[in-house]
Design a binder for this molecule. Structure first.
Ligand code: DOR
Ligand code: ZN
Length: 352
């Protein structure tokens, strides 16, 4: 046994589906999955069935969360179509607006002109979070150049996105970016075995793209799971929805790969998300991992309600043994030890 203690990890990109689609996941199962994966703080996306575009909807979501969460959770807000004026009211309450420039789950898309308008009205110090695939990224970078608004590009998946981001970062633009474990560990060749379980946005890319991500790890600020659970029935339907779960597999996958050091894990899954979002953390919030234990990732062992993983059957190293939040032991050897509602809803520590 080789026990390693890490700070409680932060996943800045999850979809917990509550309220609205709790047959896929809910605040309890999603945060239990977070603990099982070594994450003590997660940030939940706004593409609920009723997207989080107003304080009223946010408050309803917070009320639901307070009853069920077993780790800490912060929220993002989101704009749909032309109704983005309400975003102003969310400043100081959410960790940023999430804006979609490409089609994805929930039909949230806005065009690049709207993005520029939003950059002018968003004055909080939290970044704007962007879903921009392929060529869309150049439009985003132009707007960051014009407005100097702090921007985080989510789930960068290949050369076409990362190359211009590297250039923009070298020019000193206030731009950060994340990659998902599925874009690091899978590529389009895996689609033949994964079928619909490999369908996500952005889609899996070529081996060349995947290798480009690995070669340029130093330009990548965070690893974010984009935990996006859907039921097996939904995935096996004629029109499989986009998304894969990831909270429970991120850490063991990273710890199993020789290209990643423990220092990288702390930088990508703790220090940078903390800095980007301005998260308050507690020294006694920590994770104890057995870095020697090898195990097989298995659907039946997962806490996520969807109960499958694209990494089912993979050999991994680094079992989460214990998790502590604010001194309290909250998880041990596969079991959640606290009642629903133990986790805290997080609010930005710096206000506009
Ligand atoms: O794969 C994805 N699933 N990408 C997204 O952008 C949304 C997410 C979801 O909510 O299912
Ligand atoms: Zn997402």
């Amino acid at each position: 046994m080789a026990l390693l203690t890490l700070p409680g990890l932060i996943d800045m990109h999850v979809h917990l589906r509550d309220p609205g689609q709790t047959w896929k996941e809910d605040f309890y199962t999603g945060t239990a999955a977070a603990l099982a994966g070594g994450f003590t703080t997660v940030f939940d996306m706004p593409n609920n069935e009723e997207p989080i575009i107003s304080v009223k909807r946010l408050n309803r979501k917070i009320k639901e969360a307070k009853k069920k969460i077993v780790c800490d959770v912060g929220f993002y807000g989101g704009a749909v179509g032309s109704s983005f004026e309400s975003l102003k009211g969310l400043e100081g309450k959410v960790f940023g607006p999430k804006l979609y420039l490409n089609v994805t789950t929930g039909g949230f898309m806005i065009d690049v002109k709207k993005l520029e308008q939003i950059c002018h009205i968003w004055h909080a110090r939290q970044p704007i979070l962007i879903h921009a695939e392929g060529r869309m990224i150049t439009g985003v970078i132009d707007i960051v150049k014009k407005t100097s608004v702090k921007t985080h590009v989510c789930h960068v998946s290949g050369i076409e996105e990362l190359k211009p981001i590297i250039k923009a970062k070298e020019e000193g633009l206030p731009l950060t970016c994340g990659v998902t474990p599925h874009h690091l560990f899978l590529n389009e060749r895996d689609l033949s075995s994964l079928g619909p379980y490999g369908v996500m946005k952005p889609p899996l890319k070529s081996k060349k793209d995947q290798e480009f991500l690995w070669r340029n790890l130093k330009y990548i600020d965070v690893v974010e799971s984009d935990h996006a659970p859907h039921t097996r029935g939904e995935k096996e339907s004629e029109n499989p929805p986009f998304g894969v779960p990831g909270l429970e597999t991120t850490l063991p996958l990273l710890l199993s790969d020789k290209r990643i050091t423990i220092g990288d894990v702390v930088r990508l899954c703790y220090k940078n998300p903390k800095k980007i979002l301005g998260v308050k953390t507690d020294r006694t919030t920590k994770v104890v991992v057995d870095t020697n234990s090898q195990f097989i990732i298995h659907n039946s062992k997962l806490h996520t309600k969807c109960a499958w993983s694209p990494f089912h059957g993979w050999k991994a190293r680094g079992k989460v043994r214990r998790v502590y939040i604010r001194e309290r032991k909250v998880f041990e050897d596969g079991k959640v030890l606290v009642k629903r509602g133990f986790g805290k809803v997080m609010f930005p520590s710096f206000n506009p």
